[in-house]
Design a binder for this molecule. Structure first.
Ligand code: C2E
Ligand code: SIN
Ligand code: SIN
Ligand code: FE
Length: 378
């Protein structure tokens, strides 16, 4: 390829690079896209993006192995990546195995043979080291100065995307953590094992939502919204919530207000996640046939997210001991759930739940949580 054409090709690829990474806010997929693009643009066989973990004074990267991928770590200052991160200068090597900075550990793990290496530092807006870009084994010959200049430009573009993604991820994580803690507050009084109960509800909801074919980001939001379903119970007095026996009709009427309380607590939320949580809190005791509460909604009038949580909530309530009841066996519970398909529950959701049965049982085993051998039916 002529020099001019080569330049034009690179300019085009550069523009595409910018477009592709601009729309990605998740650090994992961002790093994958960056590595793919850079490898392609520089005609290299591999590209690794190393990120610095300041607290541990380490660099980490993900490498693809025959089966799946693995996170590899290298101490600051060690290997080529560690050298670049520490010194902030670029490194261009023609024969890695003859360079004393090179560590063969990675090649040993991946079964790869590194020959040429070009590595440049990734820096944030303030010039602080973020990580290292490495391209390995150029298709023909060694990496040259032009490659280096190009990799530096790519590193600059990538750095700002990586910084943004990190910030975005941090916000998302704090948001999710706060939500999860809100759910803990709500369940703290009446669940002996609050954390594992919330964990199960979250996991079951994720399984069913994925089985129903919902988009992955929605599945994830549902996993985090579902533990808030009973948040309205914080407004129910101890004398009712913790009563070790059957509720009187009056007490039950009071208890049945918890969805309305929960709905109010989450009203007018901004984020999609909290909107889902609000629908779930308000409608998780509605029944498919219109006999539920608080509004006797019927069929698809009930938001899908609430129809899903209604199923997993009852499943978990039945297979768990409560102050007012023993735990049912898995067998009895699935029989009951099937009987209630089309009555209490959306048949499509029950079908999906039944298809998840082995995964549900595995999850219960993981949590050391087994249904009772012969609980009693209400
Ligand atoms: P929960 O304990 O989380 O139960 C959620 C739902 O699981 C119940 O909604 C019900 O649909 C189902 N469920 C739970 N236990 C049984 C059972 O033994 N048999 C059958 N067939 N279904 C069961 P529900 O009935 O609207 O109750 C909402 C909440 O009211 C319950 O949440 C619980 O906190 C409270 N509650 C209901 N009944 C009693 C009771 O007899 N005594 C006490 N102390 N609390 C109760
Ligand atoms: C290193 O020494 O930086 C590791 C080289 C590699 O990525 O294979
Ligand atoms: C949790 O259960 O710890 C949070 C929700 C999840 O990650 O599934
Ligand atoms: Fe409830």
């Amino acid at each position: 390829m002529g020099r001019r054409q080569d330049l034009e090709r690179r300019q085009m690829l550069l523009a595409r690079f910018g477009r592709r990474i601009a729309s990605e806010t998740r650090i994992d997929s961002l790093l994958t896209i960056i590595a793919e693009e850079v490898r392609h643009i520089l005609n290299a066989d591999r590209c690794s993006v190393f990120l610095i973990e300041v607290e541990k004074s380490e660099l980490w990267t993900k490498v693809a192995l025959g089966v799946g991928e693995k996170v590899l770590r290298i101490p600051m200052g060690q290997g080529i990546a560690g050298f670049v991160a520490k010194t902030g200068s670029a490194v261009n090597i023609r024969d890695a195995y003859r360079d004393t900075r090179f560590t063969q550990d990675f090649d040993r793990i991946t079964g790869y043979q590194t020959k040429t290496v070009l590595a440049v530092p990734l820096k944030d807006r303030d010039g602080k080291a973020l990580g290292v870009f490495e391209v390995l084994n150029k298709a023909k010959g060694a990496f040259n100065e032009e490659d280096e200049g190009f990799l530096r430009i790519l590193a600059t573009i990538a750095s700002s995307s990586i910084e943004n993604a990190k910030l975005y991820e941090y916000l998302r994580k704090s948001h999710l953590e706060t939500i999860y803690r809100m759910a803990m507050v709500a369940e703290y009084r009446d669940q002996q094992d609050t954390a594992s109960h919330l964990h199960r509800i979250s996991k079951y909801t994720g399984l069913v939502a994925a089985e129903l074919g919902l988009p992955l980001d929605l599945v994830e939001d549902l996993r985090y919204a579902s533990p808030l379903h009973d948040i309205g119970k914080v407004a129910i007095p101890d004398s009712i919530l913790l009563k070790p026996g059957k509720l009187t009709p009056d007490e039950y009427e009071e208890m049945k207000k918890h969805p309305v309380y929960g709905g109010r607590m989450l009203e007018n939320a901004e984020s999609r996640l909290l909107k889902l949580a609000r629908n779930i809190a308000l409608s998780h005791h509605e029944h498919w046939d219109g006999t539920g509460y608080p509004y006797s909604l019927k069929g698809e009038e009930i938001p899908l997210e609430a129809r899903i949580v209604s199923v997993v909530d009852v499943y978990d309530a039945l297979t768990t001991r409560r102050v007012y009841k023993g735990a049912w066996s898995v067998e009895d519970t699935f029989r009951y759930m099937n009987e209630q398909s089309g009555r209490l529950f959306d048949p499509k959701v029950i079908d999906a739940f039944v298809r998840c049965r082995s995964m549900v049982e595995d999850l219960m085993k993981d949590e050391g949580h087994m249904g009772g051998a012969n609980g009693y039916n209400a």
